[in-house]
Write a protein that binds this ligand. Structure first.
Ligand SMILES: [Fe+2]
Length: 356
C-alpha cells in the first residue's frame, strides 16, 4: 500500500487524446483533462434496485445504452428494449459480446451492470460496501438521485477535496475552524483512499439542528474510498460527539458534460429527525457543488481559457489524477487487467474506520 501525508510528490502526466465525440481542447503539458476518461472492465451501479421494475428504464454509460427491467423478479440489462423489433436486436455491440445482454448483478440496493468485455466479467470485482446490506434492504428515504453538469472524474475530484466543504457547505457541514486538520491519502492501482481527521471543529450545523448535538465543537473523521474505474465513492464520515453518516456516491459517467449519482445515505442508526433529514441534504449540497463543477467542466472545451487551476498542494487530488492517468494509459495500450496490488472486493471496514 502506498501512502502520503500532506505532501505533493508527483505531477500528473498529460492526458492522452480523446476517444471519439466532440473534441475538448488539446492538453498542455500541465493540464489535466478529466472529460476523456472511458475506463472499461468494471461494474457500474447503474440504478437503485427499487427503480428497476417490469417497466424498462434507460441508463447511459459513456453513450452506451443500458435498458433495465425485471423478468420474473430478476434484473435484466440490455442494449435494447424488451419490446424492440428483431431488426434492433441485430444491432448489438462488443459490450455484450453480440448477445445484446450485459452481465448484471443485484447487490447493496443497486443493479450493477458490467461495462467492458463480457469475457472478463468477475463478481469478485464488485466493491465491498460494509455499511450497506447485501440484499439492499434499506428504507426508501436513504436513497436519492442527483445529477451534475460535469464529467464523473471532475465530480470525484471535487468530493476528494473535502476542504471545499468548509466554505461551500459551511451552512450544513460546518466551517473551517478547528484545532488541527490532517489529510492523508493511500492508494493502489485501482482504488484511492483519502482520510481527513479534524479535531475540535465547529460543530456541523445539521448535527446541532436535527441531531441534538449540544457541544460547540466536535471531532470529525472522514474517509473516502474511490474505485477509480467506476467512480464509485464509498464515504464514511464520523462526527464525535455526533453520528456516523455512511454514504455511497456512485458517479455514473453519462457523458462529458453529465454525471448521475444514485446516492444512498445509511442513517438508519442515527436519531430522528437527523435520520430522515441527512439523506435530503444531498438536495442542498448538490446545487452548491454543481455551481463549482459546471463552469469548471466547460473550461475543458474552451480553447481560450486555461482549463485547470489545480493546486499541487492538494495531495489527494494530485494523486487521483496520476492514478487515473496511469489506468487510462494502460487501457490505451490494450491492458484491461487488474494488477496484483489491487483487490477491489476486499473488506474495507477497517480502512473506513468503522471498527474503532
Ligand atoms: Fe461538496
Amino acid at each position: 500500500m502506498n501512502t502520503a501525508v500532506d505532501s505533493s510528490d508527483s505531477a500528473p502526466a498529460p492526458n492522452a487524446d480523446a476517444q471519439g465525440g466532440a473534441a475538448p481542447r488539446k492538453a498542455g503539458r500541465r493540464d489535466w483533462i478529466p472529460v476523456n476518461y472511458d475506463l472499461r472492465d468494471t461494474w457500474f451501479p447503474v440504478s437503485h434496485s427499487r427503480d428497476v421494475t417490469q417497466r424498462p428504464i434507460r441508463r447511459i454509460i459513456h453513450s452506451q445504452p443500458y435498458y433495465l427491467w425485471r423478468d420474473d423478479g430478476k434484473p435484466v440489462a440490455s442494449e435494447f428494449r424488451p419490446d424492440a423489433p428483431q431488426s434492433a436486436r441485430a444491432r448489438t455491440s462488443a459490450f455484450t459480446g453480440g448477445s445484446g445482454f450485459y452481465p448484471v448483478v443485484e447487490r447493496y440496493g443497486y443493479v450493477w451492470a458490467w461495462y467492458g468485455n463480457p469475457d472478463h466479467v468477475d463478481v469478485l470485482l464488485l466493491p465491498h460496501i460494509p455499511f450497506l446490506p447485501l440484499d439492499g434492504s434499506l428504507p426508501g428515504y436513504t436513497q436519492r438521485t442527483v445529477r451534475f453538469d460535469a464529467t464523473s472524474a471532475l465530480s470525484v475530484e471535487n468530493l476528494l477535496d473535502l476542504t471545499h466543504a468548509d466554505f461551500l457547505h459551511a451552512g450544513t457541514i460546518g466551517d473551517g475552524i478547528s484545532e488541527s486538520d490532517v489529510v492523508e491519502v493511500e492508494w493502489n492501482s485501482e482504488t484511492l483512499t483519502r482520510t481527513r481527521i479534524v479535531t475540535q471543529k465547529s460543530v456541523a450545523p445539521i448535527m446541532r439542528w436535527v441531531g441534538g448535538v449540544r457541544a460547540k465543537y466536535q471531532d470529525f473523521r472522514a474517509v473516502l474510498h474511490v474505485h477509480l474505474r467506476s467512480n464509485v465513492c464509498i464515504s464514511y464520515p464520523r462526527f464525535r460527539p455526533g453520528y456516523d453518516v455512511p454514504n455511497l456516491q456512485p458517479f455514473l459517467p453519462v457523458g462529458r458534460h453529465r454525471s448521475r449519482c444514485d446516492v444512498t445515505f445509511n442513517t438508519t442508526a442515527a436519531p430522528v429527525p437527523l435520520r430522515y433529514v441527512m439523506p435530503r441534504i444531498a438536495f442542498v449540497i448538490q446545487p452548491q457543488d454543481n455551481s463549482v463543477v459546471r463552469p469548471q467542466n466547460e473550461r475543458y472545451f474552451d480553447p481560450d481559457e486555461r482549463p485547470d487551476l489545480h493546486s499541487r498542494f492538494d495531495t489527494p487530488g494530485t494523486r487521483y489524477r496520476f492514478q487515473m492517468e496511469s489506468l487510462a494509459q494502460r487501457q490505451q495500450r490494450g491492458d484491461f487487467s487488474y494488477g496484483s496490488d489491487a483487490d477491489p472486493g476486499r473488506d474495507i471496514s477497517g480502512l473506513l474506520g468503522m471498527n474503532g
